[in-house]
Design a protein around this ligand. Structure first.
Ligand code: IMP
Ligand code: MG
Length: 185
């Protein structure tokens, strides 16, 4: 099963996590969240744009009442290394005060984005605040961040697909893949 275009084909190195493995794990995460939040109302805050595909599969595996909001940040520009400066492009609109907030992110790398966002949300008095990421690159951490749900730990490689991009490309791939060195630098 492939949905690579010719252009994509030239730059993908290898498939790190195939579609069926991602979907199985997302289902498990959904079950875990459903059990942990039993009977509680959740506010899912999705960090755009990379987490959109993950969110859409994950939320269909959460059997609980939830509302959705979105936040957009960036720290990468067109590079594969974080600039360390977090920019907000879209702010959420829901009142966080007294809510059970669950942040949904595609990947934690340096931890700078999630550290910043957690502090920002905590200052708005949520009842609880947890974080769920699909991918974790633990060896690259610059800031310690408490992560409650992790899909997969991955090595220090720049990855694309299943919502993740390089220069806005590759988001539509059904799997997670690494890029050839020349296209990721
Ligand atoms: P951090 O602030 O360094 O933890 O990076 C967080 C954000 O950087 C993630 O939410 C992604 O949007 C992006 N990012 C980090 N690593 C990768 C990667 O390997 N591929 C694509 N995007 C990434
Ligand atoms: Mg992101």
């Amino acid at each position: 099963m492939t949905n690579l275009t010719n252009t994509h084909d030239m730059q993908i190195d290898k498939i790190l996590i195939p579609e069926n493995v991602i979907l199985q794990r997302v289902q498990e995460l959904g079950c875990q969240i459903t059990n942990d939040y039993h009977g509680k109302d959740i506010l899912l805050i999705c960090i755009l744009k990379g987490s959109l595909v993950f969110l859409s599969d994950l939320m269909r595996n959460i059997d609980a009442d939830f509302t959705l909001d979105f936040i957009q940040t960036s720290s990468y520009g067109n590079k594969t290394e974080s600039s360390g400066i977090i920019t907000f492009h879209h702010e959420f609109t829901t009142d966080v005060n007294g809510r059970n907030v669950l942040i949904i992110d595609d990947i934690i790398d340096s931890g700078l984005t999630l550290h910043y966002l957690r502090e920002y949300l905590l200052s708005r008095n949520p009842l609880s605040l947890r974080t769920c990421v699909l991918l974790d690159k633990p060896t690259r951490r610059k800031k310690h961040v408490e992560i409650n749900y992790v899909g997969f730990e991955i090595p220090d490689d720049f990855v694309v697909g299943y919502g993740l991009d390089f220069n806005e490309k590759y988001r539509g791939l059904r799997y997670i893949a690494t890029l050839k060195q020349s296209s990721a630098s």
